[in-house]
Design a protein around this ligand. Structure first.
Ligand SMILES: *[C@@H]1O[C@H](CO)[C@@H](O)[C@H](O)[C@H]1NC(C)=O
Ligand SMILES: *[C@@H]1O[C@H](CO)[C@@H](O)[C@H](O)[C@H]1NC(C)=O
Ligand SMILES: [Cu+2]
Length: 140
């Protein structure tokens, strides 16, 4: 009986995956990986490993850069500025709550990081691809 209860309690954590994303690896203006395929309930942990960046949801097209404070929703996200200038490697975790594609970027330097390609996609689709989002960001 006890083990059955314990097993049921453990099921969500067994099924949910965590996806790790590096922010600014190698001092680059980049997220790595740039595409995350995640299921509802999964978590994505972003670790800022250089400089001072944000992890913020934005529009797929149009006014992509910079992403707005608070991020673009529904189910958007905004880490605010997270600095690794002191070597603390701050993290931000987003829990996936829907199956919709979400597009994100860094808001630093009035959108300059975003336009330089500091972007990523969660569950992009065949019509809203990461490659097209990146092109939209560079042109925005
Ligand atoms: C990070 O960047 C933001 C926006 O440019 C700035 O306001 C903040 O002071 C920076 N943080 C550090 C620790 O430099
Ligand atoms: C995102 O796109 C929507 C629809 O085109 C628009 O209303 C909104 O202002 C855009 N958001 C930003 C931050 O540009
Ligand atoms: Cu940045």
């Amino acid at each position: 009986m006890f083990s059955k209860v314990l097993l049921l309690a453990l099921i969500p954590s067994i099924l949910a995956a965590n996806h790790a994303v590096q922010v600014g690896a190698g001092n680059a203006l980049a997220f790595s990986p740039t595409t995350i395929v995640a299921a509802v309930g999964d978590t994505i942990t972003f670790t800022v490993v250089s400089r001072n960046h944000s992890i913020t949801s934005t529009n797929f097209s149009g006014a992509v850069c910079p992403p707005p404070v608070g991020g673009v929703g529904p189910n958007g996200f905004d880490s605010g500025f997270l600095s690794d200038l002191d070597g603390s490697q701050p993290t931000f975790t987003y829990t996936v709550v829907d199956t919709a594609p979400h597009f994100g970027a860094c808001m630093q330097a009035a959108g300059a990081h975003c336009r330089a390609g500091m972007t990523f996609a969660i569950n992009p689709t065949t019509t809203e691809t990461y490659a097209q989002f990146l092109a939209n960001a560079k042109a925005s």
